[in-house]
Design a protein around this ligand. Structure first.
Ligand code: ASP
Ligand code: MG
Length: 410
């Protein structure tokens, strides 16, 4: 007998029939003797519908009222799921975030969970009830309703699992796990049985949008075993992908996955005087404008007195950054500013890199043999990233997937 937290996303609760499926799944776990706490999202499309309503009434909807509004989607689902459970003879109780004291800071729209009082949930579990909690929401110290950012129900689930010291947090979604890369790009992509928190963080932040990044951080910090699995398939103990701590045997794989990001753009300011403080003068105003910088490369030019500075930002910030940079270039007496929106970042991720040399060179050789030019490179302990022209994305990812033999179990 275990205590399991289940989380069902919008598609899994998108209609009354699907909610009935969820009820059946939950009951299967009860029949095995497990205690179950369920976190649900709003029915698919609902949060977007609410956001669209708001924008018809106020140009920049008030953040506090926005949270009151968009937290309602989840309240619908908790009630419906409890009804489906009771219809099947399973006692259940629904709770909003406030009712189980999910206390957050006051950052509306992106609040962080500070504390959870799990006493009420425990009491219900003791009575044999299934506890159903609204994801994505909490309340600040003053009782104002807050939300945790898009996709935030994942974080609610992990936070509840941590507070309850649950045996596992299972995230049910419309894919059956985490893959070596996006199967739409590489049909041979393989589902991973296990992956570490660290690797998942890299894969999530690099664009494999399976889980809210914050939920993975939270799971790593509190050591909550996290399983991603499909709500449309039969459960088995090895279903989906388990995200957990690094263990012996996990390093058998050099590379766990290939992530890519089509949302980046690259900018260069060339011929900047090579003096102390230049990087700060360039990136300071960019940061002040709330633009996040990802990769940064600085080159020394042949004359030794000037330097070229290249960095990437989100594509949505490209035009704004280009404008900013033109102003900075003028002030610094730089030679020119140019940019490219049609680039992608591709990253190899794997904890096995720590103990193996030569990953980067295999990557570069593979790209070279396909005639793909590398525009930027960056590395960290468990990741090598390159920027290439957008038109090479598919070719590059397929070639790398094959070169590292990712279609086969290590
Ligand atoms: N309903 C919220 C959203 O659509 C939270 C979630 O689904 O996790 O972002
Ligand atoms: Mg989601």
């Amino acid at each position: 007998m275990a205590l399991i937290v289940h989380k069902y996303g919008g598609t899994s609760v998108g209609s009354p029939e699907r909610i009935q499926n969820v009820a059946e799944k939950v009951i299967q776990f009860r029949e095995r003797g497990d205690d179950v706490v369920v976190v649900v999202s709003a029915m698919s499309g609902e949060t977007n519908r609410l956001i669209a309503l708001a924008s018809q009434l106020q140009d920049k909807p008030d953040p506090r009222e926005m949270d009151v509004l968009i937290s309602t989607g989840e309240q619908v689902t908790i009630a419906l799921l409890c009804m489906a459970l009771k219809q099947r003879g399973q006692d259940a109780r629904s709770y909003t975030g406030t009712q189980v004291h999910i206390r957050t800071d006051s950052a509306h729209g992106k609040a962080r969970i500070l504390e959870i009082d799990e006493a009420k949930m425990r009491a219900d579990l003791q009575l044999g009830r299934v506890v159903v909690v609204a994801g994505f929401q909490g309340a600040d110290e003053e009782g104002n309703i807050t939300t945790l950012g898009r996709g935030g129900s994942d974080t609610t689930a992990v936070a509840l699992a941590a507070a309850l010291k649950a045996d596992e947090c299972q995230i049910y979604t419309d894919v059956d796990g985490v893959y070596t890369t996006d199967p739409r790009v590489v049909p041979e992509a393989r589902k991973l049985d296990r992956i570490t928190f660290e690797e998942m963080l890299e894969l999530a932040s690099l664009g494999s949008k399976v889980l809210q990044i914050r939920s993975v951080e939270f799971a790593g910090k509190y050591n909550v075993p996290l399983r991603v699995l499909s709500s449309f398939e039969e459960y088995s103990d090895s279903a989906g992908t388990l995200i957990t701590y690094e263990e012996d045997g996990m390093e058998d794989a050099l590379i766990s996955g290939i992530a890519f990001n089509r949302d980046e753009a690259k900018l260069t300011i060339a011929g900047v005087p090579d003096q102390p403080g230049v990087a700060a003068r360039i990136l300071g105003p960019v940061g002040d404008a709330n633009i996040e910088v990802d990769m940064i490369v600085q080159n020394i030019s042949p004359d030794g007195s000037t330097t070229d500075f290249t960095f990437t930002v989100h594509r949505n910030d490209y035009t704004k950054t280009l404008e900013l940079l033109s102003g900075i270039a003028y002030e610094l007496g730089a030679r020119e500013v140019n940019g490219d929106e049609k680039i992608v970042k591709i990253s190899l991720v794997g904890v096995g890199m720590r103990s193996h040399a030569g990953i980067a060179s295999t990557m570069f050789k593979t790209l070279a043999s396909e005639g793909i030019n590398i525009r930027m490179i960056s590395t960290s302990e468990i990741k090598v990233s390159v920027v290439v022209d957008e038109k090479y994305l598919e070719l590059a990812v397929r070639a790398l997937h094959a070169a590292f033999g990712l279609e086969q179990k290590p």
